[in-house]
Design a binder for this molecule. Structure first.
Ligand code: ZN
Length: 348
């Protein structure tokens, strides 16, 4: 009987923690609720309607590289068919906001995301920007000769007129940076250019920037460059911070940027619980949680093995609640912080 009892208890905790979170999803201050919007692939919604949100996930990825990736490598219908049930599962668990972090040249396809948003009712958000992680394999050639302002122009153009021929507008900017081996706190010229371009585009559009960060010191340096460009640190999200260590996490939060623990489920449960406990002591309002999960893997049979998005709701949040984190704090991490991070002043 124990397993059944266990299941019931787990289900109860999940319900208890999550129902409160969902029920309070509209509890943002009214000034924000009135003025601030999140740009989804189906158009703008009030930030107060975003609800329980996963801030860093992937519907699809194509890792062949910037020189070779193109729309002919996948079929929209096949990707939608494969990913629809996976997204329905997470919607059924009370998640309503889904930030898709796949950038241009790694398989970002607004056509896919739009269909999935229509068919699931999820608020899916896509991005503009270039990814300089993974030794710059996904940086298009023209970025090397462009100035930071020219790159910012291209991304602002997406915000104004939509991505490619889709009419879908990005709701944030996604960039990526590596660390330089031997001098971890310095950025390569191209990566530094991407950070500066993202800061300038963010100043012009008010969009948030999610920065894939291949190392803590590089992430801290990127945050400082963002601020040096006079962009608002509250528009900068340091992704993959769960691998960066507490001193860096605290420094990033103290500068006013977001610390994103987006590898939930990829480390043992206990270690992530500990990380969240320590960060929420002083910096609960600077912390974001997600799983970096998914995706339809272009080039593999039927998208390969897709990791679902269920762990956060099924395992992590109940465990977090059970370990003494209050419902109010869980609501902050899953509802209020994502809305604050991705809310933009309305641009028509
Ligand atoms: Zn990712």
């Amino acid at each position: 009987m124990t397993p059944a009892l266990d299941l019931t208890r787990r289900e109860f905790l999940r319900e208890a923690a999550l129902l409160t979170v969902v029920a309070s999803a509209n509890a943002l201050p009214t000034s924000q609720a009135q003025d601030m919007f999140v740009q989804t692939v189906l158009g703008p919604i009030p930030a107060s309607k975003l609800g329980v949100t996963l801030v860093h996930e992937h519907v699809m990825c194509d890792f062949i590289g910037a020189a070779q990736t193109n729309r002919h490598r996948w079929e929209v219908e096949a990707v939608v068919k494969r990913m629809l049930p996976v997204l329905i599962q997470v919607k059924e668990r009370g998640v309503t906001g889904f930030i898709d972090c796949t950038p241009a040249y790694i398989g970002r396809d607004p056509r896919v995301l739009k269909q999935l948003a229509q068919q699931t009712g999820l608020h899916i958000v896509t991005n503009t920007g270039y990814y300089g992680g993974a030794d710059d394999k996904f940086v298009p050639k023209h970025a090397y000769s462009a100035t930071p302002d020219q790159l910012a122009d291209l991304w602002v153009e997406d915000v104004a007129h939509g991505i490619e021929d889709t009419g879908v507008k990005p709701g944030f900017i996604k960039i990526g940076i590596d660390e330089i081996k031997g001098s971890a706190d310095r950025l390569s010229p191209i990566d530094e250019k991407l950070v500066r371009a993202s800061a300038r585009a963010s100043r012009r559009t008010n969009l948030a920037v999610t920065c894939h960060t291949g190392g803590g010191p590089a992430g801290l340096t990127a945050t400082k460059i963002f601020i040096e460009e006079r962009a608002d640190p509250a528009r900068f999200i340091v992704a993959h911070s769960d691998g960066h260590g507490l001193p860096i996490n605290r420094a990033v939060a103290a500068l006013g940027a977001w610390v994103s623990f987006d590898g939930i489920g990829r480390q043992p449960l206990e270690s992530h619980l500990k990380l969240v406990h320590v960060m929420t002591e002083k910096h609960a309002s600077r912390l974001l949680l997600s799983q970096d999960s998914g995706w339809y893997w272009v080039g593999q049979q039927n998208g390969g093995e897709v990791r679902n998005f269920n762990y956060m709701i099924d395992v992590f949040l109940p465990a977090l609640h059970n370990s003494g984190i209050s419902e109010a704090t869980i609501r902050k991490l899953m509802v209020e912080n994502p809305a604050n991070a991705f809310a933009i002043r309305f641009h028509r």
